[in-house]
Design a protein around this ligand. Structure first.
Ligand code: NAG
Ligand code: NAG
Length: 526
């Protein structure tokens, strides 16, 4: 598998793009979301304040009381139960004395905050910890953005930015610019991406065009306005640079010690070849450079920036100088190896020293014809193998099992009227967050083979009882009838009392809920 990946990186993938996965959630079971530092249990009183996001419940738990905001929701995940009891729970971690537990995730997390994202090679793979410019830690324009299934989210898109990503997938559903903008306008969309008090949310362009430029693709976030904002969040976390003339790389919020090479590239330039070549020639296997951070990227101004840094900048400046020499030598002999036209080096050890090459078109001596032909044939064969392997991997991928297997969000909405908590179950709430993507996407005239055709996706909903819902077609996106869907006369009656009274067991409670939902539908139908 690793061999395959290497092949793809070197010979096919010119892409700098990665998956960027959103990390924070507003799940009920996440200890970080509670002021007490642990989720409520036993006979705790749960307090969810006004302007809280959707709270996704994917655990079985008991509480004694639920205080809800006027406008909010708890989403019950499949196979999860929220039961009410007055009895203390003496199990580990759950204090026997009842207390108020306040939901703490009342502020949306920033889209432009680097710490909210994990970079990964695959949609669900582990986070890559390789060094990255701050601008590239939040989604770049060629990145695939993923909000995994089975969680609720609260995201601040901020005001006035024009954000661009390659793809955007929320709970298994892929969006286009159009469908995402519809989603933002929906009730669900506003709960997940709240509208700021002033101004309107940033726009999101989902370009669905991956990077296939061998010279690399600029992330796009080193644009002044965006970077300034990213750095307003990130700069407080910068460590003080331990050298006297520290440097500020493009796209970085912190000053660094070491060297920056700024390259102008010529025809034949390949970003991956430059990165791998320099790493192999200068850094690899050298013990003195083992702590040197090495980053190569294309800037928005179409230059290639190489950043080398370490604690005090001594070793990394050396390495930067060696790289400069390597490139200069290549330029002097025609630039055939790296395809670079000009190199400018700055180091934290001395002042900047622009280097302009002499004869760029000079000495055409180089390789004999036979050698060139050999290389061409060799490359062709390798490319062919790479393509075959990529095809093979792609086929396997599209047939793989659904990794999370999360199918249905059984949703209940609660609203607090007249101070007294009331539960309201909309007559129909067939919202499927991570819906059957093939059908869903199909009806929107968008069909991406990367995401579709998973046989499991066509499964029946898990719990039809809890979903008094219309057919699957209408479940595609949060299409809520906000006007009347949540005003339910049922709960002005005694049923509500039974929900909040002390149930003898979890199961009967769950059944109650189901019964209510069904009754409810019958009522409205009648
Ligand atoms: C509650 O939220 C605040 C602000 O977001 C945060 O500083 C604090 O650490 C959170 N408390 C816990 C226990 O997570
Ligand atoms: C909750 O309890 C039910 C019934 O005991 C069980 O089937 C289900 O797996 C549990 N769910 C979770 C998230 O633990």
């Amino acid at each position: 598998m690793r061999i395959v990946v290497i092949f793809i990186v070197i010979f096919i993938g010119q892409s700098e793009a990665v998956f960027k996965r959103w990390l924070p959630n507003t799940d009920f079971g996440n200890p970080k979301n509670w002021k007490s530092g642990r989720p409520p249990c036993g006979n705790d009183i749960v307090v969810i304040q006004e302007e809280s996001p959707s709270v996704f419940l994917q655990i079985n738990t008991t509480i004694s009381e639920l205080r809800l905001p006027k406008n909010g929701e708890i989403v019950l995940g499949p196979d999860s139960t929220l039961a009410f009891t007055n009895n203390a729970d003496h199990s580990a971690g759950c204090l026997s004395s009842a207390s108020e537990k306040e939901f703490n995730a009342t502020y949306p997390s920033d889209w432009l905050d680097p710490k909210n994202w994990c970079s990964s090679d695959t949609e669900t793979g582990g986070c890559i910890n390789s060094p990255r410019l701050d601008s590239e830690m939040v989604p770049c324009r060629y990145d695939d953005v993923v909000f995994p299934k089975g969680h609720s989210y609260f995201v601040n898109l901020d005001i006035g930015f024009d954000l661009t990503v390659n793809t955007l997938k929320i709970a298994g559903k892929s969006f286009t610019s159009g469908t995402f903008s519809d989603f933002l306008g929906s009730r669900e969309g506003r709960l997940m991406f709240p509208v700021p008090r002033t101004g309107s949310r940033s726009t999101m362009t989902i370009q669905r065009r991956s990077c296939n430029d061998p010279t690399g693709c600029a992330c796009g976030n080193d644009d002044d306005k965006l970077l300034k904002h990213i750095c307003s969040i990130q700069s407080p976390h910068c460590r003080l640079a331990q050298c006297k003339s520290s440097l500020q790389p493009t796209g970085s919020c912190c000053r660094i010690c070491g060297g920056i090479l700024t390259l102008t590239f010529a025809s034949g330039f390949r970003l991956d070849k430059l990165r791998d070549g320099l790493k192999r020639n200068v850094l690899d296997g050298k013990d003195e450079y083992k702590n040197v951070v090495f980053m190569v990227s294309k800037t928005t101004t179409n230059k290639i920036q190489i950043v080398l840094s370490d604690e005090n900048g001594l070793k990394s400046s050396d390495a930067a100088k060696q790289m400069e020499e390597t490139l200069d030598n290549d330029i002097a002999t025609g630039g055939f190896r790296y395809g670079v036209r000009e190199v400018i080096l700055e180091t934290s050890q001395d002042s900047s020293k622009p280097v302009t090459p002499g004869a760029q078109k000079g000495s055409q001596e180089s390789m004999p014809g036979g050698e060139i032909a050999g290389i061409v044939v060799g490359l062709f064969v390798v490319l062919l193998i790479g393509l075959l392997l990529a095809f093979f991997v792609y086929r396997r991928k599209t047939r793989g099992p659904d990794d999370l297997g999360f199918k249905v969000f059984d949703k209940m909405s609660f609203r607090n009227k007249f101070k007294k908590p009331q539960v309201e179950v909309p007559p129909s709430f067939g919202f499927r967050f991570g819906g059957p993507s093939t059908e869903t996407i199909g009806t929107q005239g968008f069909d991406n083979p990367m995401y579709g055709s998973n046989p499991l996706e066509n499964e029946k909903p898990l719990d039809l009882e809890l979903m008094p819902t219309p057919p699957i077609d209408s479940e595609e996106q949060p299409t809520f009838d906000t006007e009347r869907g949540f005003d339910n006369p049922l709960y002005d009656t005694a049923v509500q009392e039974s929900f909040f009274s002390d149930p003898t067991s979890i199961n009967s409670d769950a059944l109650d809920l189901k019964q209510q939902a069904t009754d409810n539908q019958n009522d409205t139908n009648a």
